[in-house]
Design a protein around this ligand. Sequence first.
Ligand SMILES: Nc1ncnc2c1ncn2[C@@H]1O[C@H](COP(=O)(O)OP(=O)(O)OP(=O)(O)O)[C@@H](O)[C@H]1O
Length: 456
Amino acid sequence: MSDTPETGRVLLVDDEPAFQRLGGSFLRDLGHAVTVAGDGEQALASFERQRPELVLLDLAMPPHMDPEIGLEMIPRFPGVPVVVLTGHGEHELALRATELGAWDFLTKPIDPDMLRFVVARALRKARLDGELATLRAATAVDDLGLVGQAPAITQLRGMVRRVAQTSVSVLVLGPTGTGKELVARALHGCSTRSAGPFVAIHCGALSAELLESELFGHMKGSFTGAYRDQPGLVEAAHGGTLFLDEVGEMPAAMQVKLLRFLQEGTFVPVGGRVQKRAEARVVAATHRDLEAMVREGTFREDLFYRLKGVVLRTPALSERPADVPLLATRFLHRVAPRTGFTAGALAWLTSREWPGNVRELKAVVESAGALILPGQHEVDADLLRLSSGDTSDDAAPVAGHLDPSAGPLDAALNELELRLVRDAMAAAGGNQSEAARRLGVSRVGLIKKLTRLGLR
Ligand SMILES: Nc1ncnc2c1ncn2[C@@H]1O[C@H](COP(=O)(O)OP(=O)(O)OP(=O)(O)O)[C@@H](O)[C@H]1O
């Protein structure tokens, strides 16, 4: 049904039974799938569960019947048009609602023709927004594989393209897991060397001796176990790109030999006497502050200048939070196509710091995608918490520790709710708005829960 342009999933939030009945059946007769909610809390729960394409929201609702509190609800339905329902003569309220992001308003008593028209128009807008987001997501990645719309990533893609056409050395700087190797691969992939080899080596993982042998190769008999001549990675990268990951960890003795290779294109295998030659574009990366290491004398200054022909920086994920949903959706679709995130899941994803950056985000999303149950189409915040092993903040995982002998279902659910709310309040340092955000409920909803649970 929701595939036809004029119909879709509508959430009708209104406490008046007569309007719920009449408005609901009028919309259903037009072909819409309608869910009805009688208060804000129910509305947020339905929003999370049903993923409506449009919300019709009465601003005056129980328990407060205060339109000011109704206005606070508008931003809690992200990504879908909200049409507010106001009383006669409440123009100022309607205008404030649109300022807060409402798409349109309807005045009660509602004219059926207007209702039909506004709903169809809002659904069309929702569909166009969806198509735009898909297009944006497609253009945000292009052929380099570097997903992101943040200005720093857009610039990075531009630089990669330009620098790829040259043979200058490139130094990629950025925190761990931010895509430094991905940048190196992209540089190789769109250069004229792309038909040649891409060879990567982690400079911190090996002792100086082993690193030298790996990079430059060794001659038979040069050390115990060297039974035959073995070419190194520099030769393997001939005509292509050599990626030196974590170059800041390179032992001092190796730094001199690497410098010679960079300056003259020559090297001598371990145990060899004859100088050899290879040609490879060198891309180096590190999460360390190389300039500080130069000042401290732990990294050679001449090598530093030689490596930093061009410097590219990969930003931490915390500097580009708007890219988190984009990246997460890409990663999720790879393991579970045609699935998505609930609003609560997106809020959880964007509220985290991600110290391990894109690598960490990818691991959490992929494992959540792998845990999704057959028939389930959305990853929710609990599943993400479970996948991330997050037992510290928010309290979802307490479900796993509930005592199964706690008694009837209601009592167990009450106990769970009590713990979730108490833990969220503690994690938020007593700040109700923050605790409400963590729980994915409105502040008013939280206050009601606190009162009911005797926590207030
Ligand atoms: N902008 C991005 N778009 C898509 N995937 C990304 C992006 N940045 C990082 N990734 C993915 O995140 C993971 C980590 O990236 P990568 O190994 O390139 O990071 P790194 O900075 O080299 O990490 P380290 O410093 O630990 O070596 C990889 O799976 C990579 O594909």
